[in-house]
Design a protein around this ligand. Sequence first.
Ligand code: SF4
Ligand code: SF4
Length: 196
Amino acid sequence: MAKAKGYSDPKMEEKLKDRYYYREYSNPDFTKKVHDLARTVNHMCFQCGTCTGSCPSAPRSSYRIRLFMRRNVMGLEDESLTDPDLWLCTTCYCCTDRCPRDIAPTDVIMAMRNIAYQRGIVPVNFLKTVQAIYQSGHGVPNNDVNRAVRVRLGLAKDPPTTHSYPEFLPGIRQIIDHWHVKEKADKIVAEAEKHG
Ligand code: SF4
Ligand code: SF4
């Protein structure tokens, strides 16, 4: 425990013990759970903003990785998981390459997404992608427009994936079924569509 040198505030020593800066609405388990899943020193973030400055999503959206890092350190679980911006990270790892504290913000986001998924908080369009993969093996299946372009470019009309080799589709479905992902996606999508 560091000594609060040069500070006269008698509470400073106490404040320094609380390195996560929790509030009454904080959930310390959230910070720990993200730490355990991401296996990165999330609590070492000192909010320099290098991650946000490196992020290709930041100039195009309201997504700020630094904000999520702060929320995580403060144990703000609901605020993190219910923010749709959580799903705007492209997992390019630029922030992880550049973080001066050797934290992996990308893995923090991935951990938060996993926790959000466990709680059934996932944007419907992501779940529709799961349904598409289950159906065709592709998040974005080929279509007639693309096929025509491919043929014009001298390519086969379908890529060498499950579109050309549908015999591999059952294997993909088996993996998805093993984790009950499609089942959960169907349930949440149906619920969302029921409520418009
Ligand atoms: S670059 Fe690293 S230390 Fe700086 S705000 Fe982002 S996560 Fe925190
Ligand atoms: S990994 Fe995600 S948060 Fe990090 S720079 Fe790329 S898009 Fe931004």
